[in-house]
Design a protein around this ligand. Sequence first.
Ligand code: TXA
Ligand code: MG
Length: 362
Amino acid sequence: MKTTILDISALTEDTLRRAQVFCEPDAVDMAIDAMEKIRRAAAVIRTGGLVAFPTETVYGLGADAFNTEAVSKVYAAKGRPSDNPMIVHIARASDLGVLTRTLTPRIVKLADNFWPGPLTMILEKRGAVPDVTTGGLDTVGVRLPDSPAAIELIRLAGTPIAAPSANLSGSPSPTKADHVIADLYGRVDMILAGPDSRIGIESTVVDVTGARAQILRPGVLAAEELAEVLGETVELDPALLRRDRGGEDGRGGAPPRAPGMKYKHYAPAAEMLVVEGNRSRVRDEIIRLKALNEKLGRKVGILLFEEQEYIEAAHGFYAVLRDLDNSDVDLIIAGALSETDGVGFAVMNRMMKSAGYNIVKV
Ligand code: TXA
Ligand code: MG
């Protein structure tokens, strides 16, 4: 398949402000050029094609959420299992009514406080939302992204856009246009090559259909932040607290409730090992394991984030995994983060999955 790459890297929040607020001529020209490209991309979505586009979390691979054939092509392009539902992206909160009939005060509060932003809400779906979009579930995940390119694309397409992360299924999520090109060139109609994703890990997924709100996938928005806005406790899917694969196939506990959380995910090609424990002992163990493996002739990469610098860790996590793969390391040794909520916990969730729960405790 021929893939058209359109460069919209100039469409940053800064350029937009310079164009819209200060009417700086070169910024206005850049914004107009980017908008024209997004218009072309919207036409591709409207005619049932696939477009990869930037969002603030990670890049998405979009199709018209109401076009069954287009959505099926997304599964094929990614090599994604078809029981794994997609997140449907909207351009304004008032579009929620197209996807669900049940708008509770809880949903309105979360939308008011966190949209546009890295929050996906699982809602009861309207009959019109195709089964292929929701992996056969009677619920639908909905998000209003905080990215001018994404919002404009959805608005101009005139339809909600179903979009998983724009990587090949199983490989690290894409936070740069180059990652998308590496994975999907030749497999999709168009790639909008924009700026790097500001956040770097996927949205927090919260199920608001039950008696208690429950987090199905951790992200930069913590359970505690949602709870504060809602004035009620927000639970974590118990499967998220397990540190072994047992939770993924249901052995020894309930499987995760978000279907996508049970697949091997975010994985680099290299073997990966997570060292967990007291920070100074973790450092020592990483140094020891590195030396040992190098003696055995293996190329070793290290992934160790500064303590408390979790926002930076989230921002760089996937890009570092891809860089290490590109430098042909055989083994990645990572230092665990010891957090139970928020950004650190969300990064840790990805780290465990990337490593296939290959953990040593020190
Ligand atoms: O930040 C993000 O959420 C990115 C950007 C592109 O918006 N999207 C993303 O999509 O991460 P994806 O498909 O890679 O992950 C969606 C996750 C999966 O774990 C999926 O199983 C879960 O959300 N999910 C989607 N709809 C669901 C539903 N109705 N019930 C339970 N889980 C659902
Ligand atoms: Mg994904």
